[in-house]
Ligand binder design. Structure first.
Ligand code: FO1
Length: 328
């Protein structure tokens, strides 16, 4: 089986590891997974619901974070954008009073120009993503979850419903929220080959990304949740919540504001229909029994990916993690 017509090498083996991914945390785990397992056998299925159009350009932050990180080109300080960027275009735009709260570096702009141009020519997002990933020398397949436009919308206390990047960047996710929905999700179709890849994978990984706004939209694309549920025993999730808090971003606050328990137990409850195993951090080891009581097998490990070695060690736990509960 191949994953869609965009797969660089049609003779490449079917993916044995499929990872559902958001941005930074997922990109780090993918780095470890590639170190621990051949990249040619891996598929990253990436959230596109935080994509945005600015200055007429199609920007896909999670896709770019995954590609740039795996290429070793990510800005290590921000976790998004390119290392060693310059910002002359933003400075020039500022002169006109243009939109500069969403910072697009000069070199990063080339990615958005290329993507927008190719989409305008009629290519789909999966094809363009494969071209971008190949240009950065990646061997694994990076697949947007859907070629259709989906958009996370966040209901805020003071501005009503706003787009995800408005919430995340312009409002610095520092505003009370009461609802999240994904516009366009009902009619979105999974990218060709995705469901077959999940069905045929040895292991499906849910990366430690935000369960509400990163993994949530991926699972919400019609067919994806059912495809995972059918492989539940082969699905291993890594908790993005450690010690009751998110390592990065607003996952903890969103979980609380939307009525979920902000703990590894809350994460287990969110994923229990689609994941047979949850990897939690040693800091939460005392919640092992509570996680298992949700019906999800629990594995305790070091989950904080401070460097590539830590990410690789976690990846090895994940790759061996669908066999049942325990501590590693
Ligand atoms: N995040 C910010 O906090 N500020 C920015 O100005 C910003 C710009 C940006 C440009 C390109 C890109 O691919 C990502 C960018 N991000 C920025 C990150 C992005 O908003 C979030 O990390 C994700 O959407 C959440 O996963």
């Amino acid at each position: 089986m191949t994953v869609g017509p965009h797969r660089a090498d049609p003779a490449a083996p079917a993916p044995t590891v499929v990872t559902l991914a958001g941005g930074v945390g997922a990109a780090r785990l993918l780095t470890g997974l590639i170190r621990a397992h051949p990249a040619t056998e891996q598929l990253a299925v990436v959230n596109t619901a935080d994509d945005t159009v600015l200055h007429g350009l199609h920007i896909s932050p999670d896709l770019d974070t995954v590609v740039y990180t795996l290429a070793g080109a990510i800005n290590p300080d921000t976790g998004w954008g390119l290392a060693g960027e310059s910002w002359q275009a933003m400075d020039a735009l500022d002169r006109y009073g243009g939109i500069t709260w969403f910072r697009l570096g000069d070199r990063d702009l080339a990615t958005h120009l290329y993507r927008t141009h190719r989409l305008g020519e009629g290519a789909d997002l999966a094809e363009v993503t494969a071209e971008i990933a190949a240009a950065w020398g990646l061997e694994l397949t990076v697949l947007p979850v859907t070629n259709d436009r989906i958009a996370t919308m966040v209901t805020t206390a003071d501005e009503g419903e706003i787009g995800f990047q408005d919430y995340f960047v312009r409002r610095r996710h520092d505003v009370p929220t009461s609802a999240v929905r994904v516009a366009g999700i009902e009619s979105a179709r999974p990218t060709p080959g995705l469901l077959e890849a999940v069905a045929g994978a040895r292991i499906v990984v849910i990366a430690p990304s935000n369960p509400i706004v990163s993994i949530g939209p991926v699972l919400a694309v019609p067919g994806v949740r059912d495809a995972l549920a059918a492989r539940r025993e082969a699905v291993v999730a890594v908790s993005p919540i450690v010690g009751g808090a998110a390592l990065k971003g607003p996952a903890d606050r969103l979980l609380r504001e939307l009525g979920h328990e902000c703990s590894v137990v809350g994460v287990a409850r969110l994923y229990r229909e689609v994941a047979g195993t949850l990897v939690i951090d040693r800091a939460d080891a005392q919640l092992f029994d509570e996680v298992e009581a949700t019906g999800v097998s629990c594995v305790v490990a070091d989950t904080i990916m401070t460097d590539v070695d830590a990410a690789t060690a976690l990846a090895r736990v994940v790759l061996g993690g669908s066999a049942g509960g325990g501590s590693s």
